[in-house]
Design a protein around this ligand. Structure first.
Ligand code: PLP
Length: 396
């Protein structure tokens, strides 16, 4: 099948040219059986790689029992999944969604409802960050800090203003009596892998406490162990009021969640929110398996053991190719390499060499491999990237 045939029946919003048909360990295989090392994990989703038998068996067992009932009834896997996720986050109440963007929608609605109950005249203003990414639905897009994503779809939801990430004064200057929430990624992903400073995160927490504003942390990408703790905010000794998660939460089965403290969650009452599929038995069976496997197979320890090696190798590329590599930054197994050239060119060259990389923004390579990645895989990646950057430098 050629590109034209593959693309024929799709709305063209992705530029792609390859079909993967099989996954194994940390590798994907194309239709011809060619093997590719995966440093993208389906955009930070497939944390357990592609061959976890406990995970797969858990899903198969659940398919045989029950796939869907709707939220008109309880189901067993969701009860267990809710317990796991509240324990892991330290928050109290969860709502399961089908995606990250829906988790953001829910978080925004909860913040608005909370503000409305305090003051029916509240304008429900929200402060979001430049370079942020929170999803593609109208609500999530409204708090996404990249203008070219937003502009063609305006008018979006009102009352959103944008502050500079890692600049607490810029956040402070946007606060009004009507501010109900501040939303941010604990570590910015799509926008270019920008970690937050401790000062910034704790500063936001204090601003929220002082002004009775809710702190919404989006850990859809940086959560679920990716940075070496279950959630990245756990590095900062603070708690968000509302947390969103998705991507690796189901390790490939579409599921997300927003989670809140009891006092805030109780602003929502029957009728306020809902979903047909969200938290269905199949999706939450996946969530349960993910939490169980994380514990049994010491996934956080894997991240903490391997990530310093990844950082070391990326920094060594930066030292070797200082004219191309501007910066290396990130936390754990969520790293970015900022280039002086287009990231898409390097991504394409890597794919030719059977290395799957993804970009973030136009000039940043994003490294978000399966969390079970080993040093030998990083070595393979390093030598391919080394070749590519050497070529680029030669012909620059
Ligand atoms: C991917 C992502 C989203 C959107 O999640 P979808 O599942 O694609 O809807 C939201 N926030 C962050 C930080 C993300 O990385």
């Amino acid at each position: 099948m050629n590109l034209e045939e593959m693309s024929k029946h799709f709305i063209h919003v992705y530029n792609r040219n390859i079909i993967f048909t099989k996954g194994e360990d940390v590798y994907l295989y194309d239709k011809n059986g060619e093997k590719y090392l995966d440093m993208g994990a389906g955009i930070a989703v497939s944390a357990l790689g592609y061959s976890n038998e406990k995970y797969k068996q858990g899903l198969k067992d659940q398919i045989d029992k029950l796939i869907h009932t709707s939220n008109l009834y309880f189901n067993e896997p969701s009860i267990k999944a809710a317990e796991y996720i509240t324990k892991a986050s330290g928050l109290d109440k969860v709502f399961f969604t089908n995606s990250g963007t829906e988790a953001i929608e829910g978080a925004i609605k909860l913040a608005r409802k909370y503000a409305y109950l305090k003051n029916k005249q509240s304008k429900g203003e929200i402060i979001a960050m430049n370079h942020s990414f929170h999803g593609r639905s109208m609500g999530a897009l409204s708090v996404t800090g990249t203008k070219h994503y937003r502009e063609p779809f305006e008018p979006l939801i009102g009352g959103v203003s944008f502050a500079e990430y890692n600049n607490i004064e810029s956040v402070k200057s946007l606060i009004t009596d009507d501010t109900c929430a501040i939303i941010l990624e604990t570590l910015q992903g799509e926008g270019g892998i920008y970690p937050a400073s401790e000062e910034f995160i704790t500063g936001i927490r204090k601003l929220c406490d002082d002004n009775d504003i809710l702190m919404i942390l989006d850990e859809i990408q940086c959560g679920m162990g990716r940075t070496g703790k279950m959630f990245t905010y756990q590095y900062y000794n603070i708690m968000p009021d509302i947390l969103t998660t998705a991507k690796a939460l189901g390790c490939g089965v579409p599921v997300g969640a927003f989670i809140a403290k009891t006092d805030i969650a109780k602003a929502m009452c029957p009728g306020d929110h809902g979903t047909t599929y969200g938290g269905n038995p199949l999706a939450t069976a996946a969530v349960c398996k993910v939490f169980e496997i994380f514990k049994e197979e010491h996934i956080l320890e894997c991240v903490n053991k391997t990530s310093p090696y990844l950082v070391e190798k990326l920094n060594s590329l930066k030292d070797r190719y200082g004219s191309i590599v501007k910066d290396v930054r990130g936390m754990g197994l969520m790293q970015g390499m900022e280039l002086n050239i287009k990231a898409a060119d390097v991504v394409a060259k890597a794919l030719e060499r059977h290395l799957i990389l993804i970009s973030a923004g136009s000039n940043i390579i994003r490294f978000v491999p399966p969390l079970i990645i080993k040093k030998e895989h990083i070595d393979t990646m390093y030598s391919i990237l080394d070749d590519i950057l050497q070529d680029v430098q030669k012909y620059a």
